[in-house]
Write a protein that binds this ligand. Structure first.
Ligand code: HEC
Length: 159
């Protein structure tokens, strides 16, 4: 099985968690850790996308090595499978400080598809990032789109 197929099978998904019968968050510490870890993963996405976005906007000079590092980090982070970070009982209605909508735990297949879409767009960006500013910019859009598609469906608005 190729890496891409493996990731497609293994990418984060709420059904992985519920299907495996992992216990619902029983104590505050487990819930807190789960939310912390998934937010950390998102922060790694945002940091690296920010570097590339600044280059795309001309706020940071394009540099092939810096762009490749950022894109590779984003792709690696989006390929991380951490089902425990999506512990049932840590949705926005159950856990203060979470914006993860309860719908995530009802639509595991769709959430997983959106995570895989991000991973695919990120690996394309990884391939393109070092090839020049125009190539990087062309591959950047689909990544931003993949972030937005999941947030629109599954992230509660900021208060
Ligand atoms: C599969 C769905 C999904 C994808 C894809 C996704 N996100 Fe998120 N993101 C979420 C959810 C759900 C939350 C809310 C988590 C919470 O508050 O518990 C979130 C939260 C965040 C946060 C806030 C983290 C914090 O510290 O509170 C940032 C920043 C973020 N995402 C950036 C990104 C970026 C950038 C991308 C694309 C490179 C991305 N996300 C892709 C679902 C996704």
């Amino acid at each position: 099985m190729g890496l891409k197929t493996w990731i497609a099978c293994a990418a984060l998904g709420a059904t992985v968690v519920t299907g495996a019968g992992v216990a619902v968050a029983q104590d505050g510490k487990a819930a807190e850790n789960a939310v912390k870890v998934r937010k950390a993963q998102m922060q790694i996405y945002a940091y690296n996308l920010g570097v590339l976005g600044a280059m795309a906007k001309g706020q940071l000079p394009y540099d092939a090595e810096t762009a490749t590092n950022a894109a590779n980090s984003l792709a690696a982070a989006s390929g991380m499978r951490i089902p425990g970070a999506w512990l049932p009982g840590t949705d926005s209605e159950s856990f203060e400080g979470s914006r993860a909508l309860p719908a995530i735990w009802e639509n595991g297949d769709d959430v997983r598809a959106k995570a895989v879409a991000l991973w695919e767009a990120s690996t394309d960006l990884s391939d393109a990032a070092g090839m020049g500013l125009d190539e990087m910019k062309a591959a950047f859009g689909p990544v931003g789109g993949a972030c937005g598609a999941c947030h629109k469906a599954y992230r509660a608005p900021a208060n």
